[in-house]
Design a binder for this molecule. Structure first.
Ligand code: ADP
Ligand code: MG
Length: 299
């Protein structure tokens, strides 16, 4: 179990990237969903002990990670958002080298580790090829292999599916799902489907603050009766934005479908729809933005 309590981070330029984040993250896949600039990478780097928060506490399985970052690092696997290690050396040699750095000294143990991981991430056939020539999906699978060296029980992957094509993305998420059963895996993403497809628990972060947390299915259930849809003309959209809390618009076969948030039946030709996680996410974004001016005024 990973526990964050009241974690805030203010960069030297004054940006408050994390604002009093309190989260309990159990074993399994945990999705951290938020738009660009929400603070996801800051949170990931902080938990990975690469930066120290301005305030707050973090523990993992009883370790106070701010007091004892070394103890955490021994149990951590981390795939950063900007994993820029694409050298001209082969996947096998690179993994072997990284295993040395992770402290696996014996040659035999290293051979076992490297071979097992290459098989696990389905790169065995590519093991002699230079990583520099890998596709995006292969690089991310290599990234997971290096994160898994030493059997970590806390795995952090920061926006791993960005830029992958649908097939690569699927393959990558399936791989994560297999790993994620017995350890804590935190997956950050701005893609709703990443979370909907494989995370039993999730949180939405906006402007450094956790706006929503829970099981995707529960969160979807709670949104029932609050999401309404209507097909409108494109030109009407601005007027609808003024009248209603528009959470998303979608083009479907050349027509515009608008989803709005309303606790009561808005009438006006809207019909109730069973919202999905996307509606939950967009309504969270809409309401946290709506609250913003008041919050700023109160500060
Ligand atoms: P995300 O990963 O969700 O896109 P980040 O954690 O990268 O969000 O960034 C959160 C906020 O902190 C953004 O406003 C970003 O510009 C700012 N930020 C990130 N890193 C730094 C840094 N090293 N110095 C100053 N501001 C930063
Ligand atoms: Mg990021």
């Amino acid at each position: 179990m990973l526990e964050l309590s009241g974690v805030s981070h203010v960069y030297s330029n004054g940006v408050r990237a994390l604002d009093n984040v309190t989260l309990s993250i159990p074993k399994g896949m945990f999705g951290l969903l938020g738009p660009n600039g929400a603070g996801k990478s800051t949170l990931m780097r902080t938990v990975a002990t690469l930066q120290t928060p301005t305030s707050g506490g973090i523990t993992f399985g009883g370790i106070d990670i701010l007091q004892d970052p070394e103890a955490l690092r021994k149990r951590l696997g981390y795939l950063p958002q900007d994993f820029g290690v694409y050298p001209r050396v082969s996947a096998y040699d690179m993994l072997d080298h990284m295993a040395v750095l992770k402290g696996i000294g014996s040659k035999g143990a290293r051979k076992d580790t490297v071979e097992t991981l290459l098989n696990q991430v389905n790169l065995w056939d590519m093991r002699k090829k230079a990583i520099a020539g890998f596709s995006g999906g292969m690089r991310q699978r290599f990234g997971i292999a290096q994160a898994l060296i030493g059997n970590p029980d806390l795995i952090i992957v920061d926006e791993p599916t960005a830029g992958l094509d649908p097939e690569e993305r699927n393959r990558f998420l399936n791989l994560l799902a297999e790993i994620g059963e017995n350890v804590v895996v935190i997956l950050s993403t701005h893609i709703v489907e990443d979370v909907a497809d494989l995370c039993p628990r999730m949180a939405v972060i906006v402007e450094g603050a956790i706006q929503l947390e829970g099981a995707p299915l529960d969160l979807i259930q709670k949104s029932q009766g609050t999401i309404w849809a209507k097909e409108i003309e494109r030109g009407e959209l601005e007027a609808y934005r003024k009248m209603y809390e528009v959470i998303s618009t979608r083009l479907f076969a050349g027509r515009t479908i608008v989803h709005i948030l309303s606790d009561t039946d808005p009438g006006d030709g809207f019909s109730s729809v069973d919202g999905g996680l996307e509606d939950v996410y967009f309504s969270t974004l809409a309401s946290s933005r709506r609250v913003d001016p008041a919050a700023i005024a109160a500060a």
